[in-house]
Ligand binder design. Structure first.
Ligand code: ADP
Length: 173
């Protein structure tokens, strides 16, 4: 059985991620989405929230095969080995992604030669799309409907309104 890991921050999941998930799930027998717990990156959504948002999106797409979603800490290759994965899936948006992704893939291959990285080139309509752009727009109350799956839209807005009320409260104190 060919097991693939699609790792990332998914802070939050976007339509670009969903496109890669859809295409990658047809390539392997079992796709595991690995949600990176990296507190140094200070994610807006906790790892539990990010896992839950992805699970909700998958549930909303019954045409997808069963996909697991798990948070992981530490080295990606260790997580991949633990899961018996032979493939790491990554998305390539633009030439700017290439240098970083190439370095990552080659390092991971050195660490674990049994695991190969497979790249999916982004669908053109999502090539500009990133979680950080979604966070930026949502933080100013802008329209993110065309960037994130419909079923998580409200949760993203709710997150930012709770952040705004916390910030507003702390300014008043
Ligand atoms: P990371 O912090 O590891 O880059 P991301 O959640 O930003 O995590 O991205 C995870 C993976 O999804 C990466 O391979 C990234 O290139 C890919 N990706 C991000 N946004 C898009 C998009 N709009 N279209 C396709 N792939 C994407």
């Amino acid at each position: 059985m060919k097991i693939g890991i699609y790792p990332g921050s998914f802070d939050p999941i976007t339509l670009g991620h969903l496109d890669i998930i859809t295409r990658a799930s047809g390539l392997v027998d079992q796709l595991i989405i690995g949600v990176l717990v990296n507190n140094a990156k200070k994610p807006v959504f906790t790892s539990e929230e990010r896992v839950e948002l992805i699970e909700r999106v998958i549930k909303d797409h019954p045409e997808l095969p069963p996909i697991k979603v798990e948070a992981f800490e530490g080295l990606l290759v260790n997580f991949a080995k633990k899961k018996n994965a032979s493939v790491i899936v990554r998305g390539l948006r633009a030439i700017t992604d290439f240098e970083y992704e190439l370095q990552l893939a080659q390092t991971n291959h050195k660490l674990c030669p049994d695991i190969d990285t497979v790249f999916f080139t982004t669908r053109l309509e999502y090539s500009y799309l990133s979680s950080s752009a979604v966070r930026e727009i949502a933080s100013f109350g802008g329209n993110i409907r065309q960037f994130v799956p419909e079923c998580i839209l409200q949760s993203v807005y709710d997150k930012y309104s709770s952040i705004r009320s916390v910030n507003h409260g702390s300014k008043q104190n």
